[in-house]
Ligand binder design. Structure first.
Ligand code: GLU
Length: 523
């Protein structure tokens, strides 16, 4: 087999779509699996916005996930340029060749004429095909039109007697009848190429062996095949992969449905998370990020391993059971025949499962590294590398156990990082556990005395201390432990009680208990 060369050709939109990332990943995987090359080509022919702004987040998504490209922006390569906007000469050259060979024609029909033709055929309940009036023009008429600068487009002359067969690696054999296809425009009046033309020229000239792309392009493929044939290029292997669907739905995941997603039970948690985390790390209005964008996952603290694993599993499987796979394993096993034909739905819960799995593979040191920037950005610690700060972060992470899923989860444990007099008490928990219970307040006061005398503030010593206290008082553990938790952490739930006390340290615990008791008297 000749060298496998795949490509991903994003239009710079200012963000990287998570479904598009899955397409890119499949291309990357297939290239790497075969020791081939992966090319990034920028489809910027219709670019209106600032290119570097629109492209930046796309390149960043690749970099974050560690998906390198062998040719393309920033790295160059011998098949460039890699921006379609810089390849106009190539497209024009190909169009000239097609015109000279009579495989394309300059069409002077006006849009009104074409519209009228379409209406006429639809009244006759016939399939519309171009009338091809311009093919009847004489040399001198053509010269005159050109001299007048009369508007025209270039159309491919569809060979109407042909059946087009595409042997798609995912969908099998797909057939189209060229006899039903209108002549597609390949060059606009202003001289810019259409997607189908530019794509074929680029794929052929860049020697792309496999075109792996979203199934919505399957309907473009017969046109592209005709262009390949008209130019005498060899066809690549096509593989049209199913789209990534919205959670719980059957429709394509897309930005336009964000309002609906916000209310969907599956997606809601992701939006809530964004609302809770992003403002705290300085991203107002959630930084304009939502779960359709790869950047959302990066900023909220997912791991590349988790995103890659779950994207790979969206529409591809190693076997019937394996869920957790490193990128290395996926590269080793990735084949096109194991891509599924049905649309795969993005599942936020599953994604979190993958994330949890990969988070648990990290060493404590690595977890600290991932979580620290969140504490710093939220202003909860000034310098996470200070030994005593780092020690505290480390102990909190250990205490969080499985509750640490995404790195920003550490912000939910801010009680360990705020000053004692800044600790906020959860209203409901405070009322229920402390304010409404005279007994709890009295017990807190009493236990505080014990804490004050404790020499050993390790979790196990505190465990023993509280058990002895409970026994001596003849009370149940439940009568004090909830009040104690709320008093020192401000919250009704959290990490293990004794770890919590131990991490906070004696002085903080005493001050916080005092403050909690004091607050009951103020209201
Ligand atoms: N720029 C096109 C897109 O984003 C590329 C399609 C293709 O891969 O041929 O849909």
């Amino acid at each position: 087999m000749s060298t496998v060369r795949t490509r991903f050709a994003p239009s710079p939109t200012g963000y990287m779509h998570i479904g598009g990332m899955r397409t890119a990943l499949f291309n990357w995987l297939w290239a790497r699996h075969n020791g081939g090359q992966f090319i990034l080509r920028i489809d910027d022919t219709d670019q209106e916005r600032n290119l570097s702004e629109a492209l930046g987040p796309i390149l960043q998504a690749f970099k974050w996930l560690g998906l390198d490209w062998d040719e393309g922006p920033e790295v160059g390569g011998s098949h460039g340029p890699y921006f379609q906007s810089e390849r106009n000469d190539l497209y024009r050259g190909a169009v000239d060749k097609l015109l000279a060979a009579g495989k394309a024609y300059r069409d002077y029909d006006t849009p009104e004429q074409i519209q009228a033709d379409r209406e006429a055929t639809s009244q006759e309940k016939k399939n519309y095909l171009n009338i091809r009036r311009s093919l009847e023009l004489t040399e001198s008429e053509l010269e005159q039109y050109a001299a007048e600068g009369r508007p025209s487009v270039v159309r491919l002359l569809v060979p109407r007697d042909q059946k087009i067969q595409i042997d798609d690696a995912v969908r099998g054999r797909v057939e189209f009848d060229a006899g039903l296809m209108p002549d597609p425009v390949i060059l606009r009046g202003n001289g810019t190429p259409l997607y189908n033309l530019a794509t074929v020229i680029d794929d052929a000239q860049m020697q792309i062996s496999h075109v792996i792309r979203a199934e919505e392009h399957l309907s473009n493929t017969p046109v592209q095949v005709l262009i390949y044939q008209a130019l005498g290029y060899e066809l690549p292997q096509f593989a049209h992969i199913p789209f990534v669907a919205a959670p719980g739905g059957k429709e394509k995941l897309g930005k336009r449905k964000l309002d609906k997603y916000r209310k969907s039970p599956q997606f809601k948690k992701m939006f809530d998370k964004a609302e809770a985390v992003f403002p705290r790390i300085g991203l107002e209005n959630a930084g304009g990020l939502d779960p359709v964008m790869v950047e959302y996952y990066e900023k909220i603290g997912y791991l590349p391993e988790a995103i890659l694993n779950s994207l790979a599993r969206l529409g591809w499987s190693l076997d019937d059971k394996t869920e957790f796979m490193s990128l290395e394993t996926i590269v080793e096993n990735f084949t096109l025949d194991r891509i599924v034909k049905a649309a795969a739905g993005l599942d936020p819960d599953k994604l979190l499962n993958f994330q949890s799995h990969w988070m648990n593979q990290l060493s404590l040191e690595e977890k600290i590294e991932h979580c620290s920037p969140y504490l710093e950005k939220a202003g909860l610690v000034e310098d996470a590398s200070q030994p005593e700060v780092k020690e505290r972060i480390s102990r909190v992470i250990v205490g969080m156990e499985d509750r640490l899923k995404v790195a920003s989860d550490i912000l939910e444990f801010d009680e360990f990082f705020v000053a004692d007099d800044q600790l906020e008490y959860d209203d409901k928990a405070f009322k229920k556990r402390i304010q409404k219970s005279e007994e709890a307040v009295a017990l807190l006061e009493k236990f505080k005395g014990q804490l004050a005398q404790a020499d050993d503030f390790s979790a196990s010593a505190l465990d023993q201390l509280l058990h002895e206290f409970v026994e001596a008082e003849g009370i149940g553990m439940g009568q004090i432990i909830h009040a104690l938790r709320v008093a020192v952490s401000g919250k009704g739930t959290g990490i293990g009680m004794f770890d919590c006390l131990s991490i906070l340290g004696k002085e903080s615990c005493l001050r916080r208990i005092d403050r909690a008791i004091g607050l009951t008297q103020n209201v």
